[in-house]
Write a protein that binds this ligand. Structure first.
Ligand code: BG6
Ligand code: MG
Length: 210
C-alpha cells in the first residue's frame, strides 16, 4: 500500500538538464576538456562531485582535490546564476495536477533529490510549501544509486520505506529506489531501467496506483 510518493526534483518536477549542461560546458571549455550532451546524460541523478569525476575522465591532466573543489564551486556559482531564470512556467506538464490530487487522496508527497540546490530550485518555481518533506543533497554523503536520500525522506515522513513510491527520471535513481525497497516508478530516461516497477509516459498514471 502506497502512503507517500517521493519525487526526484531535477527532470521529474522541473527540467534543469540544460542548465547543468551549460554550467559544466563552461567549466570544461575553460579546462579544454571534451564535453557533450551524451556525457551530460550520465550526470543525471549523480552528485556534483561524482559528476565532476565523470567529466574529468576526458581530461589530459590529473587534478588535485583542491582543484576539483574549486572547479565544482565555479560550476555551481554559474549554475546558480542560471537558476535565476527558472519560473513556475518551467514546472513539467501535469506535475501540479498530480501533486494536488495525491494530496486530496491523503497521500504524503516529498522530494528526494541529490541536489544541494533543491530548496533554491523549489523557491524559484514556487513549490516550496506543497511538499510534506524534503530530502536533498545536503542530507546525504552517498548519492544515488545509494538509497540514502530516499530512506531519509521516508524517515522524515515517519513511514516504512515499503509504503513509499519513488518517481525518477534517472536510471541510478531507480536503482536507489529499489535498494531502499520502495516502489520504483520510471519516467523519461529511467524507463530504460530493467529494475523499474512501472514505466509511465504520463506522470498522471501515478494516480492509478493510489
Ligand atoms: C541531481 C541532478 O538532481 O542533482 C544531477 O540530476 C546533479 O545532474 C545533482 O549533478 C547535484 O546537483 P547540485 O545542484 O547539488 O550540483
Ligand atoms: Mg532526476
Amino acid at each position: 500500500m502506497i502512503k507517500a510518493v517521493i519525487f526526484d526534483l531535477d527532470g521529474v518536477i522541473v527540467s534543469t538538464d540544460e542548465l547543468h549542461y551549460l554550467a559544466w560546458k563552461y567549466i570544461s571549455d575553460q579546462e579544454h576538456i571534451e564535453f557533450s550532451k551524451t556525457i551530460n546524460h550520465r550526470l543525471r541523478g549523480v552528485s556534483r562531485m561524482a559528476s565532476l569525476e565523470i567529466i574529468l575522465e576526458k581530461a589530459n591532466k590529473t587534478y588535485s582535490n583542491e582543484e576539483k573543489e574549486a572547479l565544482a564551486e565555479k560550476k555551481n556559482n554559474y549554475y546558480i546564476e542560471l537558476l535565476s531564470s527558472l519560473t513556475p512556467k518551467d514546472i513539467l506538464p501535469n506535475v501540479l495536477e498530480v501533486l494536488g490530487k495525491l494530496k486530496d487522496k491523503g497521500i504524503k508527497i516529498a522530494i528526494g533529490s541529490s541536489s544541494k540546490n533543491a530548496k533554491a530550485i523549489l523557491k524559484q518555481i514556487k513549490l516550496t510549501d506543497i511538499f510534506d518533506e524534503i530530502a536533498d543533497g545536503n542530507d546525504i554523503k552517498k548519492s544515488k544509486p545509494a538509497p540514502d536520500v530516499f530512506l531519509i525522506a521516508a524517515k522524515k515522513l515517519g513511514l516504512n520505506p515499503k509504503h513509499c513510491a519513488v518517481v525518477e527520471d534517472a536510471i541510478v535513481g531507480i536503482e536507489a529506489a529499489k535498494a531502499a525497497q520502495m516502489t520504483a516508478i520510471a519516467v523519461f530516461d529511467a524507463k530504460k531501467s530493467e529494475l523499474a516497477d512501472y514505466r509511465f509516459d504520463d506522470i498522471r498514471d501515478i494516480l492509478r496506483l493510489v
